[in-house]
Design a protein around this ligand. Sequence first.
Ligand code: HEM
Ligand code: HEM
Length: 185
Amino acid sequence: MNPSPRYSLGAIILHWLMAILIIANVVIALSVEGLPKPEAMYWMGIHKANGITVLLLAVVRIFWRVTHPAPPFPATMKPWEITLARITHTAFYFLIVAIPLTGWLFVSKASGGKPIDMYGLFNFPGFPFAPDRDVAEQVAGIHEVLGLGTLGLLALHVAGAAKHMFTDGFVRMIPGRAAATPGPN
Ligand code: HEM
Ligand code: HEM
């Protein structure tokens, strides 16, 4: 068990880096409509590179989570709050893999496996698929639903974090601020 009542620094850095990239990606995806084509293409290029970065960081993060268990929940949390937090966090772990993976799959399917430009630094390979518009569109639909679904989950998550901070007096995802009384894990 992790003796620290806070998350490890690695978990904190990964959490905030990924939160920024994911929120930026939803904002970009929702903002490009109506932009002139070259600008929309530019921003969707950033969206794709951000998304692949999230997928790579998700692998690191899951490995980190397995090797650095989360701190125990504070004793002040009610069992239903702990259950809700666990469900929300598990759903997020699913989404940080499923959203970029579906994006990578459908873009590969639409383009016949064209590589993804990573901020002009290097190319990330596409899946070597034969192009298929219909399948690409179906997977794109799943990608969009999951991508927008993060917003609902995020609202719940931020409400929980705000309640813990203002009502219960603890913040465990910021270095240096800890829960007063650790409870069950
Ligand atoms: C889409 C963006 C986000 C994702 C995917 C995400 C995901 C997660 C996950 C998976 C955990 C659990 C960590 C673990 O136990 O391994 C967590 C914890 C946490 N997140 Fe987020 N998060 C996001 C955005 C935010 C935002 C915007 C806030 C700020 C209000 C926030 C505040 C927190 C806090 C305070 C915790 C610790 C909860 C606790 O003390 O138990 N997160 N987040
Ligand atoms: C953090 C990861 C990601 C998030 C949160 C995300 C989120 C979203 C959302 C919410 C939409 C739908 C916008 C709308 O309804 O108009 C979208 C569309 C799109 N995403 Fe992602 N995405 C991610 C990763 C990726 C990746 C890795 C790729 C490809 C490599 C990608 C390619 C696209 C494309 C091309 C569209 C436009 C789809 C269309 O026009 O039908 N995304 N994304």
